[in-house]
Design a protein. Structure first.
Ligand SMILES: O=C(O)c1cc(=O)[nH]c(=O)n1[C@@H]1O[C@H](COP(=O)(O)O)[C@@H](O)[C@H]1O
Length: 271
């Protein structure tokens, strides 16, 4: 397995894309042809992956969408399928883990061994030892929540500590202390352009996972102009529902591809 950050950089260049497609299966939104398919979760996601692969720098399956359905096996097969059929496209497992060190070790094994993900999202709230088992894997990425996209993000993340909001402390700690292997990234939501700019100023070239475009309404121009790095990269701009459910008809795969391509082109206009 290649180093996550190296694979990401290579894919940004080769595909000329900063788009990530989020794989958040919701069977009630699947096209009718999957109604009697006992392997619908895998089959639907596989079709989306094949259709959108040319336009993405990464895929991001969200674990709760599989686990709630008892479909962890489909998730495992899906990630193996991406590695085999689309080598060079890194997979970020969105599981937002974080626990005391001895338990976090099992979460790292879950993400990197069981599911063979290239990177995992992690919650920094329990402190450094809770993410250390992820940080120790120099070949895998650790994508740490900083300023999330949801409406309540500020409830705790904006609390002022030592003169600045908590999310800025997270950004600084990750960039200065936790990123010894150079394998960290930060989650900053597309819905917060001002905070994207502030975090970029703190962390230099650290990549951002930016969810919140598409269904959550984030503004693509503001994201790119506020948060890109000097070379016009640095961003993994992730969209799930707007791509996955672009059409619920038989043209679902083509519609998903068209939306991923449209998002790629929109982002590239502002790089
Ligand atoms: O870590 C994430 O991926 C994440 C962080 C965040 O701040 N906001 C956020 O929406 N996400 C995830 O990104 C996806 C967004 O989905 P859409 O709104 O459908 O594009 C969901 O799977 C969320 O769980």
């Amino acid at each position: 397995m290649t180093d996550f950050i190296a694979a990401l950089k290579q894919r940004w260049t080769q595909a000329d894309s900063l788009v990530c497609v989020g794989l958040d299966p919701e069977p009630s939104k699947f096209p009718a042809k999957f109604r009697d398919d006992s392997d619908a979760v895998f089959a639907f996601c596989r079709d989306i992956v094949d259709a959108t692969a040319p336009y993405v720098c990464a895929f991001k399956p969200q674990i709760a969408h599989f686990a709630a359905l008892g479909a962890e096996d489909a998730l495992q097969r899906l990630i193996a399928y991406i590695h085999a059929s689309h080598p060079g496209i890194p997979v970020i497992l969105d599981s937002k883990r974080g626990d005391i060190g001895s338990t976090a070790q099992h979460y790292a094994t879950e993400a990197f061994e069981r599911f063979a993900a290239d990177a995992v999202t992690a919650n920094p709230y329990l402190g450094r030892d809770s993410v250390q088992p992820f940080l120790d894997r120099a070949d895998r990425g650790v994508v740490i929540l900083c300023r999330t996209s949801n409406p309540g993000a500020g409830d705790l993340q904006d609390l002022v500590v030592d003169g600045r909001p908590l999310y800025q402390h997270v950004a600084e700690k990750v960039a200065r202390d936790w990123n010894g292997h150079g394998n960290c990234a930060l989650v900053v939501g597309a819905t917060w352009p001002a905070q994207l700019k502030e975090v970029r100023a703190i962390v230099g070239e650290v990549p951002f996972l930016v969810p919140g475009v598409g269904a959550q309404g984030g503004d693509v121009e503001a994201v790119v102009s506020n948060a890109k790095t000097a070379d016009g990269t640095g961003l993994i701009v992730s969209s799930s529902r707007a791509v996955l459910y672009a059409s619920t008809g038989d043209d679902y795969a083509q519609a998903a591809a068209a939306e991923a391509r449209r998002l790629r082109d929109e982002i590239n206009r502002y790089r």
